[in-house]
Design a protein around this ligand. Sequence first.
Ligand SMILES: Cc1cc2nc3c(=O)[nH]c(=O)nc-3n(C[C@H](O)[C@H](O)[C@H](O)COP(=O)(O)OP(=O)(O)OC[C@H]3O[C@@H](n4cnc5c(N)ncnc54)[C@H](O)[C@@H]3O)c2cc1C
Length: 390
Amino acid sequence: MDFELPGEIKLLKEIAQRFVDEELIPKENEYRPEGEEGMPEEILKPLQKKAKDLGLWLLEVPEEYGGAGLELLPRCVITEELARTVLLPFRENEIFGPNVRAVLFHCNEEQKERFLYPVIRGEKRICFAQTEPDAGSDPGAMRTSATPDGQDYIISGTKRFITGAGRADFAQVLAVTDPEKGARGGISCFMVDLKSPGVSLERQWPTMMGDAPWEIVFDKVRVPATNLIGELGEGFSLGQKWITEGRIRTQGARPLGIAQRSLNMMMEYSEHRETFGKALSERQAIQFMVADSAMELHAARLMVYECAWRHDRGEDVRDLSYMVKITCTEMASRVVDRSIQVHGGVGLTTDLPLEWWYRQLRSLRITEGATEVLRWRLARNIMRGRRGRS
Ligand SMILES: Cc1cc2nc3c(=O)[nH]c(=O)nc-3n(C[C@H](O)[C@H](O)[C@H](O)COP(=O)(O)OP(=O)(O)OC[C@H]3O[C@@H](n4cnc5c(N)ncnc54)[C@H](O)[C@@H]3O)c2cc1C
């Protein structure tokens, strides 16, 4: 057993670390990601060029499509470093290349020309539309339907909380094609041009995180059958591999970086701030917050690295990925909260990144698998496993 990161991953970590320390953190006061506009071009473009020069470009895109094609462990290590800055927008980050939704790798050759390559080149944007007013955690309750009509499908229904829909050209829409089967083979995935007749962006839902996802109504929208991605009924299972990766990297490794910088800030501030004639760092109440944060962060980091490493060996890490998401999002929420506490009033101000992380992390305990749902699935799987062994 070896707990050292391989040399090439250490090197990538150093490159990412330097990029964040030298290029991103100094710009934090120029820009704070709020709203849907994305980073202003004059800040984004030079950063993108530097990221490209450093090889930090399209990290998750396979090499055959011009990406770095990195395995999950190095991506987690890099993500952890990058997450130390608030310059990195939480949901729609484009500093390290356009957002290429993984489902696009399932396109056939003709579809790649229309959807995958334009997204990789940054010419078109895509959003993901699964959630509905009555179907969030439970996609089996989905009502949006896709009914065959000649060479087309007719899509009708309402999707809620769709990030980036206002700037997207098309949406990856999950719709019911076989109501009998539901989530077990009855849901299919379509690319829908958001300028199609019958599509309307009804309203936005402004959130405490500063972003405002959209509600989209599809009113008998005609979509060519050639826009079906993968097989009929495969829509739900298509995303499973990528969802697991996302849970480990964006909801596991990213909270590590946030927690690490929050802990560093807590320690630094406590050394300089004096109350009642003593530095805060000399108070046991503060030392315990530092110790608890360091312990929890260390345990969470080991869990993320192990999970990513097993994933890269081809093991089924679904249960581990639930543990990672729950552990890391809850751990980072506690560490940021403690750091705010140690900073006192200053910790609540927008001068520091802490309040922003506090708000963003809160959302990670609900989106892409609420904590309770993941705990429930984890317990169910573990208990099934135990029964199987006895
Ligand atoms: C900012 C933001 C961006 C989003 N972006 C997108 C997007 O781009 N595309 C998209 O499709 N969706 C998106 N979503 C939707 C998001 O994924 C859902 O909000 C999430 O899946 C939870 O669904 P829900 O809100 O309907 O909560 P519900 O399913 O109604 O659940 C409410 C609460 O009930 C509890 N709960 C639910 N089921 C169980 C259970 N079995 N056991 C115990 N407790 C349970 C949990 O505490 C949960 O938080 C976004 C949401 C937000 C807020």
